[in-house]
Design a protein around this ligand. Sequence first.
Ligand SMILES: NC(=O)C1=CN([C@@H]2O[C@H](COP(=O)(O)OP(=O)(O)OC[C@H]3O[C@@H](n4cnc5c(N)ncnc54)[C@H](OP(=O)(O)O)[C@@H]3O)[C@@H](O)[C@H]2O)C=CC1
Ligand SMILES: O=C(O)[C@@H]1CCC=N1
Length: 275
Amino acid sequence: MANHITFIGAGNMASAIIGGLIDSGFSPSSITATSPDDAMLAPVRERLGIHTDTDNNAAVSQADVVVLAVKPQIMRQVCEAMRDSVQRQKPLIISIAAGLDADTIDGWLGGGNALVRCMPNTPSLVGYGASGLFANTRVSTEQRDIATELMEAVGIVEWVDDEALLDAVTAVSGSAPAYFFLMFEAMEEAGVKMGLPAATARRLAIQTALGAATMAKQSDKDPATLKQNVMSPGGTTEQAIAHLEDANLRGTMEAAMQACAKRAQEMAKELSGTP
Ligand SMILES: NC(=O)C1=CN([C@@H]2O[C@H](COP(=O)(O)OP(=O)(O)OC[C@H]3O[C@@H](n4cnc5c(N)ncnc54)[C@H](OP(=O)(O)O)[C@@H]3O)[C@@H](O)[C@H]2O)C=CC1
Ligand SMILES: O=C(O)[C@@H]1CCC=N1
């Protein structure tokens, strides 16, 4: 495992991973998170007991793993400002930014870096993360194991050999918690229209999703069979499913996920300066 991990950026995704790491037994004293604004860091420091720093270069100089967790739009400026300390320290770099490819980030950091691209998701906070990982050719077997161990501490890990597939991972898991939260909103709103108190509808919808996900994960039956098992012939569920199929839920999901992946590709072009 890594001796010291520095997170550059302490926002939503970094906090989720850090929280999950600590819950899984990783020592807070081995983690540093940075932000230019100490007021942003104070709650993370107090809640999680980790080190914090407003100076990215100082934080890099103590780390054997550096997780880049700033918005893609400021990644270039952040990386270029850390270039010298990264070149001196040569840590394993793990970028969680959507879109930005490994070579681009490596170039901003001066080149020659062992770099893993990771697409995590926010359920990492509660140990149910799902991360896709890609390693550049400089990543050693030991560093690959470190990246796996780190992200497995907060959920499941799938490695991809083709970097372009990380855009599909973004569509399937990185952005996907939001799809389910939207579904919860919609089910709560519909439940309320049908007379249920909002809190009751929300609780039932969320527990049902948890139950369905747990069943799908544990069962040897595929999702289509599990769905069929709920659909009594001539009963209620087949009416609901017929509506969803008629409304082209599958096509809508595919279009949404294609739009997600396409945006990752656009961001890569816009931010790397590739025409
Ligand atoms: N949110 C998600 O579900 C997922 C996000 N990602 C990726 O994670 C990355 C972070 O996203 P997210 O956590 O949502 O974004 P946030 O805006 O929540 O976090 C980014 C953090 O970086 C801080 N920051 C800004 N400038 C610097 C700097 N110079 N040095 C250090 N920190 C700085 C920001 O501080 P301040 O607010 O003070 O500007 C902010 O706290 C993105 O690249 C995104 O693509 C990947 C998968 C899922
Ligand atoms: O919406 C975004 O761009 C980030 C990346 C994946 C999830 N959130």
